[in-house]
Design a protein around this ligand. Structure first.
Ligand SMILES: [Fe+2]
Ligand SMILES: [Fe+2]
Length: 244
């Protein structure tokens, strides 16, 4: 499998219209736009641990030869990062903290987390399914998730930094921290640990096809997810999703 090719494919999905606009210094976002982006993202990011734990279960059920042990270790390390392993807060918590701190400082409003767009809820559901079924489909989905994560987080932070001057030092720390703990090499390691461990296992055409089913499947749902957010920011058609 050509890892550089897969990497480009996942990266191009992260370099979508809305994230590029978000990161562009000349673009401004209203509170409503910001809420749409962050609320929908939360539905994708918060269940990361749940997806990885489902994947780990498949790995453990499959048995324990040496090749699997290495992948199991990579998943366990990743889950430990996401959960914060007792010393640190979980990534899901830190994302919410970052998002709320930014919202309060830039818009003087609390962001409301509510139901996501149909494309978001579909991504959430189908990604859970990809991580529950077949071992090779799951590995493809996991690799796509982890490669896509790094450029996604880089662009998100770049967008947040446009308003850095609105923050006190400690407030900015709260905004940046969630991104820092990923961009310090941790997120790159999640993808690289898989790249170092999974290929030995994918040793025939059939396994390869299943692997690509998971890899492309997640990316195609992520693509629709980002397009859904792009359209919603443009037209705000689903205002009832966040109604009281
Ligand atoms: Fe994370
Ligand atoms: Fe990750």
């Amino acid at each position: 499998m050509d890892y550089a090719f897969l990497k480009n494919r996942a990266r191009s999905v992260a370099h979508n219209d809305i994230l590029k606009r978000w990161a562009d210094p000349s673009e401004n976002f209203s509170f409503n736009d910001y809420s749409i982006i962050m609320n929908n993202l939360r539905h994708w990011l918060a269940p990361t641990v749940k997806r990885l734990e489902a994947g780990l279960e498949i790995l453990k059920e499959t048995g324990n030869d040496y090749a699997l042990d290495e992948i199991i270790h990579a998943f366990e390390h990743n889950i430990e990062d996401e959960k914060g392993d007792g010393k640190e807060s979980s990534h899901a918590y830190l994302f919410n903290k970052s998002t709320q701190t930014y919202s309060n400082a830039v818009y003087s409003k609390e962001i409301k987390f509510c139901k996501g767009l149909p494309t978001t809820m579909l991504l959430k559901k189908s990604s859970e399914d990809f991580f529950k079924g077949d071992l090779f489909v799951m590995l493809g989905a996991a690799l796509a998730q982890e490669i896509h994560a790094l450029p996604q987080l880089e662009l998100l932070l770049k967008g947040l930094e446009k308003n850095k001057s609105d923050f006190s030092e400690s407030e900015w720390d709260n905004v940046e921290y969630f991104y820092e703990i990923h961009l310090d090499g941790t997120e790159a390691r999640h993808a690289e640990d898989l790249n170092q461990t999974i290929w030995e296992l994918i040793d025939d055409e059939n396994k390869n096809t299943r692997f690509l089913e998971g890899f492309d499947g997640i990316l195609s749902h992520l693509d629709k997810f980002w397009n859904g957010i792009t359209e919603e920011v443009k037209f705000n058609e689903n205002t009832s999703l966040c109604a009281d």
